[in-house]
Design a protein around this ligand. Structure first.
Ligand code: 4AD
Ligand code: MG
Length: 480
C-alpha cells in the first residue's frame, strides 16, 4: 500500500516528510481545514489546504462524506487539539458526496438518534460512536481467540446447519431446499422432508455445544465462536435472532472449574479492551457522561465506563446457589411490596430478568454466578445433582445486562441421560452420536456459552443489543 493509515500518521515522528493518506471527509472548515478519518482510529488527521492556490472547483468538492486522497508534508501543528497535521500538496477526490443528498442522511454533521442510525446501518459505521463500537467489537473478538489459544484450547468449527435442537427449546429457523409452492407431501398431507436436500428436517443451529462436547472428548479443551440463530419472538434490547456465541467445552472439568474458567476468561477479554482500546473507550465513556446529563439523577450511571470495566476485572464474581438466590429474592423489598411483575413465591420459579437485575444491581452490586438450578427449568444435558432435583448449571449475571453466560457440567452418565431424554420426549435416534460419547470413554466435562453481543454491550456501555452488531436481525427486521 502506498498510503499510510491515520493511526500510524498520528503516531509518526517523521516531521517534514511526505505522506499520502486516504479517507472520508468528516468536516471542512474555513475552506482550509479538512478533518480526515479512515476508520483506523477514532481520531482524525487535520489536513491544511492552501486554499489560495487551489482550484475553487476542487475546493467545492471537498465535502462531508467525500472520499479523498491527500498527499502532503507531515508538520507539527500550530493549532490546539493535535500534535501533527498534514500540509496539503495535492488533494484528489476519489468519490464525491453531494451535500444536498448528504443532508438527508446520518452523515450530516449533527446529532442523530440511535434509532435513526439503525435505519441507515450501512452508513452508521462512519460515525464516531459506531466506529468506536465496531473497533472494540473486533478487538474483543481477537482477545477471545487469544485467550483460548494461550490456554491450550483448540478452535472447533461446529456446523451451522444441524439436524438437532441443542437447547430443546424449539426456537429454530428451518432450512429447506424444497419448492415452497409445491413441496412433496406424505400420505397424511405433511411435508415429506425425506425428499429435501439433506433427506431430513434441518435448521440453523441454536448452539454448537453438542458437537463441541464430542470434540472436547477427543481434543480435551475446545471452543467454538460462531453465529447462532434463534427464532424466539423476543423483541427486547437484549435479544437478537442472529447472534455470535463463544462456547468452550472442557473434558475432566467440573462445575467449579467451569466457573473459574468463565470468570478468568471474561476478565481477560475486558482487560484486553481496557489496555488496547483506550481512545475508543474514552470516547464512549464521554458519550455516556453527556447522555446522562439529560437524565434524572436517579437514572444516571454511578460509575464511569472504564471504572465499571476495571471493577469487573479487579473483583471476584459472587457465587450464589439458586436456592440462596430464591431466599434473597423472596425476602426482598420489591417482592414484599409486589413490585416484581413475576412475584417469587416458591422454590422452582424461573428467574426473570427483573430478578436477575435485582440480585446483581441492588443486592450484590457485582457480577454474580448463580448455580445449581432446578432441573426442570434447564436443558436436558445438565448433570443431575445427588438431591435428584437440581442440576449443575450456572448462569453469570452482569449489571445492566442480566444473563451474559449460561453453562453447566454435562450429564456424563449414559443411563441418567437416557432417562432424562425419555422424560422430555427427545428421540434417542436423533442424538445417537451424542449418546455414543457416553458409551465410549465418557468423563466429567463442562462448558458454557457467552453471548458475544452481550459482552460488547457491557464493554461499550451501549444499552441496545441492536447497536453492537453491524446488521442486527430481530423480529420484522432483516434489512441489509
Ligand atoms: O443460555 P443459552 O441459551 O445457553 C446455550 O445455548 C448453551 N448451549 C451454552 C453452552 O453451555 N455451551 O445461551 C448462552 C448465552 C446467553 O447467556 C446469552 O448471553 C446469549 O447466549 N444469548 C443471546 N444473545 C443474544 N440474543 C439472544 N437471543 C440470545 N440467547 C442467548
Ligand atoms: Mg440461558
Amino acid at each position: 500500500m502506498k498510503h499510510i493509515s491515520v493511526i500510524d500518521l498520528l503516531a509518526s515522528t517523521a516531521i517534514h516528510q511526505e505522506f499520502t493518506v486516504k479517507g472520508w471527509v468528516r468536516s471542512f472548515r474555513a475552506n482550509q481545514f479538512v478533518a480526515l478519518n479512515d476508520g483506523s482510529t477514532i481520531k482524525n488527521i487535520q489536513c491544511v489546504v492552501d486554499f489560495e492556490n487551489t482550484d475553487p472547483a476542487l475546493l467545492k468538492r471537498i465535502t462531508v462524506g467525500a472520499a479523498v486522497s491527500i498527499t502532503g508534508m507531515l508538520e507539527e501543528s500550530q493549532g490546539a487539539g493535535q500534535r501533527v497535521e498534514i500540509k496539503v500538496k495535492t488533494i484528489e477526490i476519489a468519490g464525491d458526496a453531494d451535500p444536498e443528498e448528504v443532508k438527508l442522511t446520518i452523515l450530516s454533521p449533527k446529532r442523530h438518534s440511535l434509532e435513526k442510525l439503525r435505519e441507515q446501518a450501512h452508513l452508521r459505521v462512519r460515525t464516531n460512536t459506531f466506529g468506536a463500537i465496531m473497533r472494540l467489537r473486533s478487538k474483543l473478538a481477537f482477545a477471545v481467540h487469544e485467550y483460548f489459544n494461550k490456554n491450550g484450547f483448540y478452535h472447533a468449527h461446529t456446523p451451522i446447519i444441524t439436524g438437532s435442537d441443542a437447547e430443546g427449546a424449539g426456537e429454530m429457523f428451518r432450512i429447506s431446499a424444497l419448492d415452497p409452492e409445491n413441496p412433496p407431501k406424505n400420505e397424511d398431507g405433511s411435508i415429506d422432508y425425506s425428499q429435501d436436500f439433506f433427506d431430513k428436517e434441518t435448521n440453523l443451529t441454536v448452539s454448537g455445544q453438542l458437537e463441541a462436547e464430542t470434540y472436547a472428548l477427543g481434543l480435551g479443551k475446545v471452543y467454538t465462536f460462531g453465529p447462532t440463530f434463534r427464532a424466539e419472538n423476543s423483541n427486547t434490547s437484549r435479544h437478537l435472532a442472529e447472534f455470535w456465541m463463544i462456547e468452550p467445552e472442557v473434558a475432566f472439568c467440573d462445575l467449579d472449574g467451569n466457573m473459574d474458567l468463565a470468570e478468568d476468561f471474561i476478565k481477560y477479554v475486558i482487560n484486553y479492551a481496557l489496555e488496547n482500546c483506550q481512545d475508543d473507550l474514552e470516547f464512549l465513556e464521554n458519550r455516556l457522561v453527556q447522555e446522562d446529563k439529560s437524565k434524572p439523577q436517579a437514572e444516571r450511571a454511578t460509575m464511569l465506563l472504564r471504572d465499571k470495566l476495571k471493577f469487573v476485572v479487579e473483583n471476584n464474581f459472587k457465587r450464589v446457589s439458586y436456592t440462596e438466590a430464591i431466599d434473597i429474592l423472596r425476602n426482598s423489598k420489591p417482592n414484599k411490596k409486589k413490585k416484581f411483575k413475576f412475584p417469587i413465591d416458591q422454590w422452582g420459579a424461573d428467574l426473570q430478568s427483573e430478578h436477575e437485575r435485582y440480585l446483581v444491581e441492588k443486592h450484590f452490586e457485582c457480577p454474580v454466578i448463580l448455580f445449581d438450578y432446578p432441573a426442570n427449568i434447564k436443558a436436558f444435558y445438565m448433570r443431575l445433582n445427588e438431591d435428584g432435583k437440581t442440576v449443575r448449571a450456572m448462569d453469570i449475571l452482569f449489571p445492566g445486562i442480566g444473563e451474559i453466560v449460561g453453562g453447566s457440567q454435562r450429564e456424563e452418565r449414559l443411563d441418567v441421560l437416557k432417562d432424562k431424554m425419555a422424560e422430555l420426549d427427545i428421540p434417542e435416534e436423533e442424538l445417537w452420536w451424542y449418546l455414543d460419547t457416553r458409551k465410549f470413554g465418557t468423563c466429567i466435562h463442562s462448558g458454557f456459552g457467552l453471548g458475544f453481543e452481550r459482552l460488547v454491550l457491557f464493554a461499550t456501555g451501549m444499552t441496545n443489543i441492536r447497536d453492537v452488531i453491524p446488521y442486527p436481525r430481530f423480529p420484522g427486521h432483516a434489512e441489509f
